[in-house]
Write a protein that binds this ligand. Structure first.
Ligand SMILES: [Fe+2]
Length: 390
């Protein structure tokens, strides 16, 4: 995240003596996700972040892939995934490739017994239902409906929920998730034509320093296995930090849509990207205003990218019979386009209330067993109906 942030107390210069009131040293840690060349933060702990008491046997959270190769339009009802008490057990991965995994989670209970750290991936949690707080050593990021919560890989965290009804779209990226380069200047500042700016981000607040020793379990995900590590000090024992690497949130409702006289292509909806994928938001907006404009998208042949759409709310103009939480996958290799009647239906419409998240993985995704359990059968045949002239 290319915006400098600082919380708590830090020494006036990096890598120098910094003592507590009792004369002992604070413990400095450099936290970055790309060696010494990417963005990073310097963090000051009460205790060394290395005091491991015990490690336990790992268990597998690797997805069960049942379709390696797919050339069929598929759809899934993610709200049919059963809610579960535990956050980690509730996470169901539906699609994977070498760059990312995509899944959903419906956790009912806040994390109390353990902390979690994903050492494999940046996590982007889109909050579809529920609200709460992301607790980290950098402070707290509050979240609510419509927030994308971005957690850099390696960040130890706990999620606290305000109710038992929570629905999360989960994206794990093996590379850092960033804003598109075309919206930033050479200094990293978001430009005037960007559909969002730095003020739209929710940064960590209210740094709490936990001076606690005992047994603290961190479940660490590494190469798809989850290890249980017992540490001797609380992971949120930080008195201060500064830098460019930390979790933050961005609300889909702060994305200011770009509109035009005729249909604008999907990249205008983009706000995040990682290695070999982009993430876009379709938000309520005025439709194209040329007198003969067709607001529905034209058919397009995405020969080099899968396209995943997650439907959040409102009527989605190009699809018939779409439910909240429904996912469509249009694979690279075959064209796709509006459902029968959708093009005619869109002509003359002035605005849309649609709300959806689009993920375009440039490498084909594999389908997991969890996904097939919530598949909408025969979705690929749903363009056969005769157009309705409304
Ligand atoms: Fe598309």
């Amino acid at each position: 995240m290319p915006v400098y942030q600082q919380q708590g107390s830090i020494p006036s210069k990096r890598h120098v003596v910094y003592r507590k009131k009792d004369g002992s040293l604070y413990h400095e840690e450099l936290f970055g996700t790309e060696g010494f060349s990417g963005t990073s933060s310097l963090v000051y702990h009460l205790y060394p972040p290395t005091m491991v008491k015990e490690t336990r046997k790992p268990y597998s959270a690797r997805p069960d892939i049942v379709i390696e190769d797919n050339l069929k339009a598929l759809s899934f009802q993610s709200f049919n995934v059963q809610a579960e008490n535990d956050y980690l057990s509730s996470r169901k991965i539906l699609f994977v490739n070498d760059d990312m995994s995509i899944g959903v989670a419906a956790p009912m209970k806040s994390m109390k017994e353990y902390f979690f750290k994903n050492a494999d991936s940046d996590e982007l949690l889109f909050i579809h239902k529920g609200s709460g707080a992301l607790k980290t050593m950098y402070g707290t990021v509050d979240f609510e409906y419509g927030d994308y919560v971005l957690i850099p890989r390696g960040t130890v965290y706990q999620l606290q929920f305000n109710s038992i009804e929570n629905r999360i779209l989960l994206i794990e990226s093996h590379s850092p998730v960033r804003t598109p380069k075309r919206y930033r200047n050479e200094f990293g500042q978001l430009l005037e034509h960007s559909p969002f700016c730095e003020r739209d981000f929710k940064f960590p607040k209210n740094l709490e320093t936990h001076d606690e020793q005992g047994e603290f379990e961190i479940r660490i995900k590494k190469r798809g296995l989850i290890y249980s590590y017992i540490y001797a000090s609380h992971p949120f024992d930080v008195v201060g930090w500064d830098g460019y690497s930390y979790p933050y949130a961005f609300s889909i409702f702060n994305f200011e849509p770009l509109t035009g006289r005729i249909h604008m292509p999907p990249p205008i909806h983009q706000h995040f990207e990682g290695r070999n994928f982009v993430i876009c938001s379709f938000v309520p907006r005025l439709y194209d205003y040329h007198p003969n404009a067709i607001p529905a998208p034209y058919h397009h042949s995405n020969i080099d990218s899968d396209e995943l759409l997650y439907y959040v709310d409102g009527d989605f103009m190009s699809r018939n019979d779409i439910q909240q939480g429904q996912i469509t996958l249009h694979p690279a290799g075959i064209p796709h386009g509006p459902h029968p009647g959708a093009i005619e239906r869109s002509i003359g419409k002035k605005e849309t209330q649609e709300l959806a998240v689009m993920i375009d993985p440039f490498n084909p995704v594999k389908i997991t067993r969890e996904a097939l359990q919530i598949e909408v059968k025969d979705y690929y045949k749903s363009w056969l109906a005769q157009p309705q002239h409304v």
